[in-house]
Write a new protein. Structure first.
Length: 298
């Protein structure tokens, strides 16, 4: 069957579901993939823990050096403490580098990308089955369909996450050096290190959420536009964390070639999942004239 004959066969097969209407909304409500976000956050948590592990090993040494310094009034020794700190952080950086190299960040991110792909295919097949009453060709999305998008996402995410532990350790070195110069107590320096670690860990988790949503949204867009879906209904996750503007968009219909304004101040436009940390999704609106789903044989 050629492409046109295939499209006509699909339209004939799904026509009864439209009941004479031009458009048909999805009968399945899909959601932001919380499970993948959690999986991604497990990865960033484990990756950040590498910083904690090296700190744990070297912090007592730095603490001792700081304590000794407090009891020492001779100014000449300040340089010695500086050396102790420098040596300790050099050794930590070396150790951290080994740990991050053997962590397998890229491999873990690839696994997350494939997990997201699997989940979106499962969701999409369910949407098509329950809304249109047809089965999608089984291996349609297995080959090249997502390859480029997944590769780009993995590459972007490796770059976003890769240097966080190293940068984090660099900031901790500054905290020790500046804290010491400013005459802060050892305790307050250690506390500041712990607080910084907490902030960096949360920062990595926010990237995980943002990027999970971006990939999920991007794959949904690819599936829908490929199937001749030009419109979608904006759907928020419906909880208290949904921002005001996205709540206004909820339930409204938009076109894939014309994203709505998500920031009224700047006029910035985005589809669901594209805005920073957006957990909204796009529910497809099928059109009998443009629909072109890869239908399973038989
Ligand atoms: Zn949103």
């Amino acid at each position: 069957m050629n492409d046109i004959a295939m499209k006509q066969a699909v339209q004939a097969a799904v026509k009864p579901k439209f009941r004479g209407n031009q458009k048909l909304k999805s009968k399945v409500h899909t959601y932001y993939p919380e499970s993948i976000e959690r999986e991604y956050q497990r990865v960033t948590d484990a990756y950040m823990k590498l910083v904690k592990d090296v700190l744990k090993e070297y912090l007592p040494m730095i603490k001792d050096a700081l304590m000794q310094e407090k009891g020492n009034v001779r100014k000449d020794d300040i340089r010695d403490l500086g050396l102790v700190v420098k040596d300790a952080f050099d050794a930590m950086h070396k150790q951290l580098e080994q740990k991050t190299e053997s962590f397998g960040l890229r491999r873990k991110l690839e696994a997350l990308a494939h997990l997201t792909r699997k989940l979106t295919i499962k969701e999409w097949k369910k949407v098509v089955k329950q809304t249109l009453g047809i089965d999608i060709m089984d291996d349609y999305y297995m080959g090249e369909f997502y390859r480029e998008a997944l590769n780009v996402w993995v590459e972007d995410n490796v770059n976003l996450i890769k240097t966080i532990p190293k940068d984090s350790l660099g900031r901790m070195k500054e905290i020790v050096q500046e804290g010491f110069k400013a005459g802060k107590t050892t305790n307050s320096i250690v506390k500041e290190i712990q607080r910084t670690y907490g902030i960096e860990k949360r920062h990595a988790r926010l990237i995980a959420r943002d990027q999970t949503a971006k990939l999920h949204g991007q794959l949904a867009k690819a599936q829908q536009t490929d199937a001749g879906v030009n419109e979608y209904t904006w759907s928020t996750s419906g909880d208290s964390r949904v921002r005001e503007r996205h709540r206004e968009l909820n339930g409204k219909r938009f076109r894939w070639d014309d994203p709505p304004v998500v920031d009224t101040k700047t006029g910035r436009r985005a589809h669901p999942g594209e805005d920073y940390q957006c957990r909204c999704v796009a529910l497809p609106v099928f059109d009998i004239d443009t629909i072109n789903v890869p239908i399973a044989k038989g």
